[in-house]
Design a protein around this ligand. Structure first.
Ligand SMILES: C[S@@+](CC[C@H](N)C(=O)[O-])C[C@H]1O[C@@H](n2cnc3c(N)ncnc32)[C@H](O)[C@@H]1O
Length: 241
């Protein structure tokens, strides 16, 4: 893992909006024919956006975030504020594709949308021709003359309009797009219909007790699941509440 050198502690919002599987898969299907070898997922969190790319052989998946909960999901992980990175941080990684689903809102310090700050910084660090897939709120494309001028000069090769319920699994309703830069595509604009998240089947674990133990449990233990949870918590400190 490459570490944050200035050791700034960052408050990571609990409300992280994850890329749903069907969006990540759609991006992957668009890009799988390209021979990308070293991809970076910027603001990666658990890697939902770049996960389908793990199906490609000999591909290195690099993750970068200000939280390191899921660093093990990546071949290389960089714990750093992306907006404070320099070319040096990526030296030797030969990154040939950037995937990025940044926060959609405004960075109050800079008075700018995060997607705008991220895309400018991506081109600064990796060069203007780097292939990029950026997910952003729809207003990123349309509510500022300054940004529109910038985007007019950027090489947008495709946009995919997402349904406003796309992020409903995270309780968010938002108009948004997937924006491709510098990646030649046959279709330059399309719409991705919403797919409801598949309900995961609950898996039950069974524990076998003998007859005497069952009688004891039935007669003496009132809050059985509470006791099991307490024991698990004692044994495994990271057992979730
Ligand atoms: C919208 S979530 C996307 C998570 C994941 N990439 C996905 O698509 O499911 C944005 C992520 O960006 C990270 N993030 C926010 N500001 C950042 C910054 N300045 N540098 C690096 N990561 C940042 C957050 O910690 C969060 O994990």
């Amino acid at each position: 893992m490459r570490n944050n050198t200035d050791n700034k502690s960052k408050q990571v919002k609990k409300s992280i909006v994850l890329t749903p599987e069907f969006v990540a898969e759609n991006i992957y299907q668009n890009l799988k024919r390209f021979p990308f070898k070293n991809i970076i997922d910027i603001g990666c969190f658990n890697g939902s956006l770049s996960k389908p790319f793990t199906r490609k052989h000999n591909l290195k998946r690099i993750g970068l975030d200000i939280t390191k909960e899921y660093e093990k999901n990546f071949d290389i992980f960089i714990l750093k504020d992306f907006l404070e990175t320099t070319k040096e941080d990526f030296k030797g990684l030969n990154i040939d594709l950037v995937l990025c689903n940044p926060p959609f809102g405004i960075n109050k310090e800079k008075g700018e949308l995060y997607p705008y700050l991220f895309i400018q910084h991506i081109f600064k660090v990796f060069g203007e021709n780097i292939p990029v897939v950026l997910i952003a709120g729809h207003w990123f494309l349309s509510n500022s003359n300054k940004r529109m001028k910038y985007l007019n000069n950027a090489n947008i090769t495709k946009t995919t309009t997402l349904h406003k319920n796309t992020f409903s699994a995270c309780n968010v309703s938002v108009e948004s797009d997937v924006i491709y830069f510098n990646i030649k595509q046959k279709i330059v604009h399309d719409f991705l219909e919403f797919e409801k998240p598949k309900q995961k089947k609950q898996k039950f674990k069974t524990v076998a007790f003998n007859e005497k133990q069952m009688i004891y449990i039935n007669n003496n233990i009132k809050n059985f699941s509470g006791i099991v949870k307490k024991l698990l918590k004692e044994e495994y400190k990271d057992f979730p509440h």
